[in-house]
Design a protein around this ligand. Structure first.
Ligand SMILES: Cc1cc2nc3c(=O)[nH]c(=O)nc-3n(C[C@H](O)[C@H](O)[C@H](O)COP(=O)(O)OP(=O)(O)OC[C@H]3O[C@@H](n4cnc5c(N)ncnc54)[C@H](O)[C@@H]3O)c2cc1C
Length: 501
């Protein structure tokens, strides 16, 4: 059997779609607009240092979870794919008082009680909630419409301890949850680096997955995800064409017929998976196909905000073994795009060999950016000199705060690179540079998109926007789901994964 499948976009969702297509006996080709695959999950070199753009935590590293199987299928987890399991997710330092989100929840509870005995009751409830939330499961094996009654029952049974937590904390924001604690250290641990308007269960989820061993880090970082996926896809007989930026899709009746590329070429289409940022997909097929959900989101940005980062990378003139793997500390406020920032979020890559030359180190600072900051960088980009100067100003502001906090590194830090939300938008087409879905508020809730669009019979969608909150695991499973939907529509679902090698 040879069903030809065209995939636009070579990020995690597009690569996953390609791998499952090949594993099911389809003949597929991925067309990626950039010169490299990976999309947002990427890295590059600067002055001998390795800049890792993406992964800080990867859900799905526990064999007890469904998604583990998916990461295994695509070659990211399993034999010969070492993981780093940190002892703590992050360290918070507020005015010299340190607290951690430990993997060991007993240790976390004991430490938090020492820091804030006055918060005893809420600390106990928090730890209990995190513990029970470890049973939460991201359905990863079948799209929801293909799940049977028994599949749903099994899932509910697995999650039985997590459901009361979801009910109790379901309507709270991170800000609400943080306010329940008197200790500023614990408040910051709850805030983490996530917007405070996010549902509180996002924080519980993060720490629950981490403490369950379900959110570790691949050794080698983002590259070890995408390069392994690329190799797996090619080994299964898939084809990848890079520098193939799609500019439009010709539609006749209810079928996509042709994809046109910026270089003047085109490709005839039998079946098509669009694994581009969903806003790009709608540009390619035409505004008339934007479904109600996304139209409402795009038309009401104040109700559907997004967030992104300004990532600043610093070369360090010595190894950075004494900096925590992730730390958030409070600092003298500084401003980016009209937003006052009062903390520094540091990510240290010391346990990733080869990210820095021998005897050196590299650290990353994440500055959270919202819609307004995206607009700010977007406007500034029109004047490249001003854009560059502003990136440098912010990087220097942060540098002085890093030196104050880590005095042993004074004079040893140099700015390597600053990546703004505008950069993410320019390189991958990400809507407002966002790297997760819409901020999870009471309006967005848990959203799973059907992955198809009414009126288009041979188009399937993949990508992190289809399932809140987005991120790598959702990008991954939507690639798998797109292939399952395609096979189902063609009455070929029995072929799914039959060519597994
Ligand atoms: C700074 C940062 C940190 C992150 N940290 C984490 C983390 O710790 N954990 C986590 O789970 N997630 C994290 N993420 C999010 C994660 O990287 C993304 O959710 C995921 O990679 C999205 O994959 P995707 O396939 O849906 O989309 P994308 O990665 O955006 O892939 C879309 C692809 O389509 C291509 N494309 C776009 N337009 C066209 C066109 N016209 N023609 C052809 N190709 C086109 C793009 O170049 C891109 O390769 C982070 C992201 C960023 C940026």
């Amino acid at each position: 059997m040879s069903t030809k499948l065209t995939i636009i976009g070579g990020g995690v969702s597009g690569l996953a779609a390609g791998i499952y297509a090949q594993m099911s006996g389809l003949e597929s080709e991925i067309f990626e607009g950039h010169s490299v695959i990976g999309g947002q999950c990427t890295s590059w070199k600067r002055r001998g240092f390795h800049i890792d753009n993406c992964v800080h935590w990867m859900t799905g590293t526990s064999p007890n979870k469904e998604i583990y199987q998916v990461w295994k299928d695509v070659g990211v987890i399993g034999d010969g794919c070492p993981m780093i399991a940190h002892e703590y997710f992050l360290q918070v330092d507020i005015d010299g008082v340190k607290g951690h989100a430990w993997r060991d929840l007993d240790r976390m509870e004991a430490e938090l009680l020492t820091i804030a005995p006055e918060d005893k009751k809420v600390i106990h409830d928090l730890i209990k909630a995190i513990r029970n939330f470890r049973n939460i499961e991201l359905p990863a094996l079948k799209p929801k419409e293909q799940m049977t009654f028994m599949d749903n029952m099994r899932l509910l049974w697995k999650m039985r301890k997590a459901i009361p937590v979801a009910v109790k904390y379901g309507k709270m924001t991170i800000g609400d949850l943080a306010q329940m604690f008197q200790s500023p250290v614990i408040r910051q641990i709850i805030h983490n680096y996530v917007p405070e308007t996010y549902f509180a269960i996002s924080t519980l989820y993060m720490y629950a997955m981490f403490s369950a061993g379900n959110a570790d880090l691949p050794l080698g970082g983002s590259d070890s995800i995408t390069l392994r996926m690329r190799d797996r896809y090619l080994q299964l007989g898939g084809k990848i064409s890079t520098k193939k930026k799609a500019t439009s899709i010709d539609i006749e009746g209810s079928r996509c017929r042709r994809v046109n590329f910026e270089d003047g070429t085109n490709v005839e289409v039998e079946d098509l998976i669009c694994a581009t940022d969903i806003s790009v997909t709608f540009k390619l097929i035409g505004e008339q196909y934007i479904d109600k959900h996304f139209k409402f989101c795009y038309d009401n940005p104040e109700k559907f905000p997004v967030f992104s980062n300004l990532n600043i990378y610093y070369a360090v003139d010595q190894p950075t073994n004494d900096i925590p793997t992730m730390e958030i500390f409070n600092c003298e406020p500084y401003t980016v795009g009209g937003r006052e920032v009062k903390t520094v979020i540091v990510n240290n890559f010391a346990d990733q060999p080869n990210f820095a030359p021998e005897g050196k180190g590299i650290i990353e600072v994440l500055v959270v950016q919202y819609d307004n900051q995206y607009d700010y960088w977007d406007r500034l980009y029109a004047d490249r000199e001003a854009y560059r100067a502003e990136k440098e100003r912010v990087a220097q502001e942060v540098l002085t705060r890093l030196e104050r906090h880590y005095p042993q590194y004074t004079g040893k830090l140099t700015v390597l690179e600053s990546v703004t939300p505008k950069s993410f938008n320019r390189f991958t087409g990400a809507y407002k540079g966002a790297y997760m879905g819409f901020i999870q508020t009471h309006l967005v809730k848990k959203e799973t998109h059907s992955g198809i669009l009414p009126g288009l019979d041979n188009l399937y969608l993949a990508g992190q926007w289809l399932q809140t909150p987005g991120g790598l695991p959702n990008a991954l499973v939507t690639g798998r789901f797109a292939v399952q939907r395609l096979l189902k529509r063609k009455n070929l679902l029995h072929l799914f994964c039959t060519q597994k090698t």
